[in-house]
Design a protein around this ligand. Structure first.
Ligand SMILES: [Zn+2]
Ligand SMILES: [Zn+2]
Length: 69
């Protein structure tokens, strides 16, 4: 990768650190801002299961479970 070249900011999923794709687009389900606001739907579902939380630990925004499951 050419470090000197300007390129558009690439947003990555805050869970798996990979970019969104047409098959796995990135969502921003809470009110966090900046690069950490994006997450894959799959990753969010996994995170919700794993953490047993229903809200974002950063902004405390409640995720609407029905949207994801
Ligand atoms: Zn992800
Ligand atoms: Zn948040």
């Amino acid at each position: 990768m050419d470090r000197g070249a300007w390129r558009a900011v690439v947003y990555i999923c805050r869970v798996c650190r990979s970019e969104g794709t047409p098959e796995k687009p990135l969502y921003h389900p809470c009110v966090c801002t900046g690069s950490i606001k994006f997450i894959h739907q799959e990753c969010l579902v996994q995170w919700l299961k794993h953490s047993r939380k229903e809200y974002c630990e950063l902004c405390k925004h409640r995720f609407l479970k029905l949207c994801w499951l």
